[in-house]
Design a protein around this ligand. Structure first.
Ligand code: CMC
Length: 389
């Protein structure tokens, strides 16, 4: 066919143009619609940032209020959809539950099957932003055998989510403002990251004119893997294993460097950042603040810091420009907040949702969009005749 290059992993191929997020991986810069991530984390809210990503500019006060109100109004799941969770095993991974739940949304909202209709795209956006956290909390409740709560729409996006996860029918629940602000900040840091594997998946599925729920469900499945969003869960498992094995941090780093059975330093390295991930800097600050404010002392944070210190001063990591990424310290914070390890990637998914939606919409609005259809270099058998038997 005249095709001579393979770009496995798309290391050097742009699949699209995009006006949403800017990254300079050499300098460690991340901006949403031009605004530096550090300023977003300090000054914005989850929904304001979602609006910025999806619609391109910061909302006015009244636009934000209306957006917030509409999302609160759509938090309820169809009662049958609540029962959908009963059909799944209690020990199911919450990420599997979440992707199935989002996929099921297009069975309840069949108007979503017209993804080119702007009014439809708008209502699907609101429904998804409103219902994903509720489904995530139900996946959590299901896994610990507790009753589901109905959303409390007097609460903000994040506080409602906390109540759905940690409230019970037996007792009143008070949101801890330290936890609320810290979770909001973490979710904001995850909102977009240009053409990562899950966002590229959302765009690829969406390029076939599949609906928003189908596209985002595919994105959740891409995020599940330990090389992507699943890394936050994998980091905590790694820290726990180092702690329980008693082998010591240095020994573990040696095993990583020897590439023993594919052992990696989870939460380290990034395709784009060849410098400290700016999100990791912010998450690390939060880890100390949140644990101090909650009065939690966790040896896993000490192990993480020791790992980081050893790695940053080691030739193996320096030569390969491997630095902590966003997933390295998040797990320690989520654990201090009370989330089970298997919920960590679900939290990443809630954070990333506005980015997925923004990219799906940008792709649909861009006249240059074509169905995603990569080429291959065929390396199989030449033509041959099927044997006569
Ligand atoms: N530990 C040990 N060695 C590593 C690591 C690591 N975490 N990451 C990369 N390397 C080595 C790799 O073995 C290779 O070495 P060599 O040149 O000797 O073969 C070199 O560094 C380049 O790595 P690569 O695999 O070609 O890099 P990539 O851009 O294809 O992969 C990555 C990026 C994030 C998948 C990888 O760094 C990794 O597996 N990290 C651990 C998982 C992780 O933390 N993922 C979260 C990513 S950030 C947020 C997100 O997307 O969720």
């Amino acid at each position: 066919t005249g095709l001579t290059t393979i770009d496995s992993g798309f290391v050097n191929t742009a699949s699209t143009r995009s006006a949403i997020t800017f990254i300079d991986g050499e300098k460690g810069i991340l901006r949403y619609r031009g605004y530096p991530i550090e300023q977003i984390a300090q000054k914005s809210s989850f929904l304001e940032t979602a609006w910025l990503l999806i619609y391109g500019e910061l909302p006015s006060a009244s636009e934000l209020e209306e957006f917030d109100t509409r999302i609160r109004r759509h938090t309820l799941l169809h009662e049958d959809l609540r029962r959908f969770f009963d059909a799944l095993p209690t020990n199911a991974h919450p990420m599997s539950v979440l992707s199935s739940g989002v996929s099921a949304l297009s069975t309840y909202y069949q108007d979503s099957l017209s993804p080119k209709d702007p009014a439809q795209v708008e209502i699907s956006t609101i429904r998804l932003l409103a219902k994903l956290p509720v489904m995530a909390a139900y996946a959590h409740k299901k896994s610990i055998g507790q009753a589901f709560l109905y959303p409390d729409n007097s609460l903000s996006f994040v506080d409602n989510f906390l109540k759905l996860n940690f409230g019970t029918l037996a007792e009143p629940y008070e949101v801890n403002p330290v936890v609320s602000r810290a979770l909001e900040r973490l979710l904001m840091l995850h909102e977009d990251h240009e053409q990562n594997a899950s966002t590229s998946t959302v765009r690829l599925v969406g390029s076939t004119e599949a609906n928003l729920f189908a596209s985002v469900s595919a994105g959740i499945n891409a995020l599940f893997g330990p090389l992507h969003g699943g890394a936050n869960e994998a980091v905590l498992k790694m820290l726990g294993e180092i702690q329980s094995s008693g082998e010591g941090v240095e020994k573990y780093v040696e095993r990583v460097k020897n590439k023993e059975h594919g052992v990696r330093l989870m939460g380290f390295g990034h395709r784009v950042y060849k410098n400290y991930d700016p999100r990791a800097t912010l998450v690390k600050e939060s880890a100390h603040e949140v644990l101090a404010a909650l009065g939690v002392k966790d040896d896993l944070l000490d192990i993480a810091q020791e790992l980081e210190h050893i790695a940053l001063n080691d030739d193996y990591f320096q030569e390969r420009k491997l630095y902590p990424n966003v997933d390295f310290y998040t797990g320690v914070i989520y654990k201090a907040m009370g989330f089970p390890t298997r919920m960590f990637t679900v939290l990443f998914a809630i954070g990333r949702l506005p980015g997925w939606v923004a990219h799906w919409r940008e792709m649909n609005e861009d006249p240059a969009t074509k169905i995603g259809r990569p080429q291959q270099l065929y390396i199989g058998s030449p033509a041959r005749d099927f044997p006569t038997r």
